[in-house]
Design a protein around this ligand. Structure first.
Ligand code: ARG
Length: 569
């Protein structure tokens, strides 16, 4: 479509006395095929030409009467628009050929030229629950890694584990008092969380506990062996558990640089903010006044000398820039931390780092699990693992019912179940709060991963029935395509690279996710009207090539969302 836009813009430039590049940006896709495929809105010239948009459209239409270009076959005025009709035989051939030739690379580009994008995502807190926010961060962050890679960036995924802080003092106290090794090794994440909750309960009655916890944390900060060994144990066991989940999801981080990674860089940060006069001492604490910028003051060191989450993030940003020389550093973190990241960027700016603006908070809203199949009583944490297992089980039940003869139900259930969780999240604009409804996310005919996966499996099945070998490319064959449903489908397939670009540019995997629903829907419409395995050999080959292209786009697109495309389900 882009090169059609370019061609049409070149034709219109002399007639409108506008820059071709400007025209290309104005061309719109009309809402229905009778109105053509690309439309130039004439409002834009009305002031200058002192005519109504409709008159201008008519003038332009007359000027182009009887003319055609390479990729358009006619132009017609309709109301205030000048509508261009594509040269479909050529368009269909070009699009399908491109997909056929590029295969798994269709949609990828080298736009990013290997520039490094650091993506900070997932980042759970050890000893605290792997909460919903972390689920969203995991799924969105991973999709962004994949999408930005497809745009030619080099991504570096960092898990900024919450692996330092006073909670470790509390955990050690709790463990010393009530901990049992066996339980810890059995189910570390839940058990640590249990101890964490118990600490807080008991501390309400017994004030001495908080004091003890502070003392243990101090011993940890001083590097005392007993404390460090506890910390290492809790961290290692938690991490092993997280890694099982990440494995199940096919996620690999380049680094587990948790907050503790920056411990020995904090003095430098403190020195720097003091030397540059960015922070001031106030009653023993170190504060950055951000009032001028409409932000509340930021504390970088408490009066007892302890550093904060923000101090660590400043150290992390500097470390990342120094180490990876990123073009962008993304923070896939819930919207509730907006202020934190505004303060971070502002302080980096005040410190004079020109790259401060390249640190971007990619926020997301809350997710709520609808009551029903999985109850989420107040205070009960939701483990990502539990959600995933639940989804796989439900998918298995549905598959048992729909397709009892399927050979490998287990792997299909995994693909469908994990896909449902991911897509349930990714198909919503990330900034909105979402409600996760088990019935909806696994609905095979709704706006779900299963709906798209099902289209993919269906195509695989048609291709299998169509013969043992995949169809060969043939320009003559695809000339047989031209029905409305076929044209619409090809047009949708042509939009794929642009959707990846748009997703990457706005850090919104939802654009790609919603697009894939359109692909599946257009495919279903086509298939409803146009049988593929017909007797006419040319038409049969043409339609096989068309569905092969659909399959490729679905597979590539789901792949960028981290979702598998099953061949059978
Ligand atoms: N551990 C934090 C939390 O759970 C998220 C960390 C996000 N990344 C960062 N660099 N601050 O809230």
């Amino acid at each position: 479509m882009d090169h059609c836009k370019a061609e049409i813009s070149r034709v219109l430039a002399p007639l409108t006395k506008m820059e071709a590049s400007r025209i290309a940006g104005l061309l719109e896709e009309p809402p229905s095929p009778e109105l053509g495929d690309l439309a130039f809105p004439c409002f834009i010239l009305a002031g200058q030409w002192k005519k109504s948009p409709a008159e201008i459209a008519a003038d332009l239409g007359r000027a182009l009467a009887g003319r055609r270009g390479e990729c358009w076959e006619r132009a017609e005025a309709r109301g205030p628009y000048l509508n261009f009709y594509l040269n479909y035989p050529l368009f269909i051939r070009d699009v399908l050929k491109r997909i056929y030739e590029a295969g798994p690379d269709y949609g990828r580009s080298d736009r990013g030229q290997g520039g490094v994008i650091v993506i900070d995502y997932s980042s759970p807190n050890i000893c605290k629950p792997f909460g919903i926010g972390h689920i969203r961060s995991t799924v969105i962050g991973h999709a962004l890694c994949l999408i930005l890679e497809a745009m030619g960036y080099r991504t570096i995924g960092i898990n900024h584990l919450g692996d330092w802080g006073t909670q470790f003092g509390k955990m050690i106290v709790a463990y010393e008092r009530w901990g049992e090794d066996e339980k810890l090794y059995q189910d570390p994440v839940n058990y640590l969380y249990y101890l964490y909750v118990r600490f807080h309960q008991e501390a309400e009655e017994n004030e001495a506990l908080e004091e003890e916890a502070r003392a243990w944390f101090k011993r940890l900060e001083d590097g005392e062996e007993a404390a460090v060994n506890y910390w290492k144990l809790f961290r290692r066991l938690s991490l092993e558990n997280y890694e099982q989940i990440y494995d199940l999801l096919g996620i690999k981080f380049d680094y587990y640089h948790g907050e503790s990674h920056y411990n020995d860089m904090l003095d430098d940060v403190i020195r720097m903010v003091q030397e540059k006069g960015v922070a001031v001492e106030s009653e023993g604490a170190l504060i950055v006044d951000l009032e001028k910028y409409g932000l509340p003051p930021a504390m970088l060191r408490k009066k007892d000398g302890a550093t904060l989450y923000l101090t660590r993030d400043l150290a992390a940003a500097m470390y990342r820039h120094r180490t990876f020389n990123f073009v962008k550093a993304l923070y896939v973190v819930g919207a509730e931390q907006k202020l934190h990241f505004q303060q971070m960027v502002k302080i980096l700016e005040l410190l004079g780092f020109p790259w401060a603006q390249d640190c971007i908070h990619v926020p997301f809203g809350l997710i709520r699990f609808k009551e029903g199949r999985m109850s989420t009583r107040e205070g009960k944490m939701i483990l990502l693992e539990e959600v995933l297992r639940r989804a796989i089980n439900l998918a298995r039940e549905i598959i048992e019912e729909k397709n009892p003869d399927l050979a490998d139900k287990e792997s299909a259930a995994k693909m469908v179940g994990l896909g449902a969780v991911r897509f349930g999240d990714l198909s919503n604009d990330r900034v909105k709060d979402i409600e996760f409804d088990w019935d909806k996310v696994l609905d095979f005919s709704g706006e779900t991963a299963a709906y798209i996966q099902y289209a993919h499996a269906r195509i695989c099945s048609i291709l299998r029935r169509g013969g043992s070998a995949l169809p060969e490319w043939s320009e003559e064959a695809v000339a047989a395509l031209g029905r409305e449903e076929e044209k619409a489908l090809v047009k949708t397939l042509a939009a794929y690279p642009g959707k990846i670009e748009a997703s990457a540019a706005s850090y919104r995997p939802s654009i790609l996710a919603r697009y894939l629903i359109d692909v599946a829907r257009d495919f279903n419409r086509f298939y409803h009207e146009c049988p593929v395995l017909v007797d006419n050999p040319q038409l049969r080959q043409a339609r096989l090539l068309l569905i092969l292209a659909v399959r490729q786009v679905i597979k590539n697109g789901l792949g960028l969302l981290g979702i598998a495309a099953p061949e059978e389900m």
